[in-house]
Design a protein around this ligand. Structure first.
Ligand code: ZN
Length: 221
């Protein structure tokens, strides 16, 4: 995405509410890229961010799903933010993967994912399997190596989760919050959040933990 985009749309999936949508596209690559942009802060949050990954169309093989989830956990962990995938947990942020994002949503056709949410309201992430495959440089119907698509899906999910939980976080010049997640950002080893995105991420989570009165409960509570 060239710039963060606020689109207003109504969808049955989001209870026909008007929400902020932040899309992430596979459009032209950012001007700069750095593999070493992520901090290595130690985890400081007492609670993990809970995420549910829905795959209603069975697009992801189990091993691809595991790779995707591991990639999210790795990226958030490097930013000092623990994440846990909790299927069936009503408190978890739902992330649903589609073959293609519905055209009625009127998002950028190159968008790989969108984040939906309101402050204090329901947050959701939607991902496009087809757009991720195309961003990797593969044509429709191509056989994409499992680890490759798993890492790419995980990185797009990580990007959209930041939009969902820290909507004030801007796109960054480097790392996973780059405006455009090109093939290199989706495949190169060690890509993580840059220091700016990491700060927004920790700030947002700290605020949520304070609001829940959960400090002092220890890890993984
Ligand atoms: Zn974005």
């Amino acid at each position: 995405m060239r710039a963060r985009t606020a689109l207003r749309f109504a969808s049955a999936l989001v209870a026909l509410q008007t929400m902020l949508v932040a899309g992430c596209s596979a459009a032209p690559p950012p001007a700069r890229w750095s593999a070493g942009a992520s901090p290595t802060a130690a985890p400081v949050w007492p609670l993990p961010l809970k995420v549910r990954l829905y795959d209603p169309y069975r697009l992801l093989r189990p091993e691809v799903r595991r790779v995707a989830e591991a990639e999210v956990i790795r990226a958030f962990g490097r930013a000092g933010a623990p994440v846990r995938f909790t299927p069936g947990d009503p408190e978890a942020i739902p992330a649903t993967i589609y073959r293609e994002l519905p055209s009625r949503w009127d998002v950028d056709p190159t968008a790989i994912g969108v984040a939906v949410g309101e402050r204090g309201g329901r947050r959701s992430v939607f991902l496009s399997y087809g757009a991720a495959v195309r961003a990797l440089g593969h044509g429709a119907g191509a056989r994409v190596p499992r680890s490759r698509i798993g890492v790419a899906v995980g990185r797009v999910l990580a990007h959209e989760l930041v939009h969902a939980i820290a909507p004030e976080c801007p796109h960054t010049r480097t790392g996973l919050m780059a405006a455009s997640l090109n093939r290199r950002l989706l495949t190169a080893p060690g890509i993580g959040f840059d220091p700016l995105a990491s700060r927004y991420l920790r700030r947002a989570w700290t605020a949520s933990v304070l609001a829940a009165g959960a400090f002092g409960t220890g890890p993984d509570q």
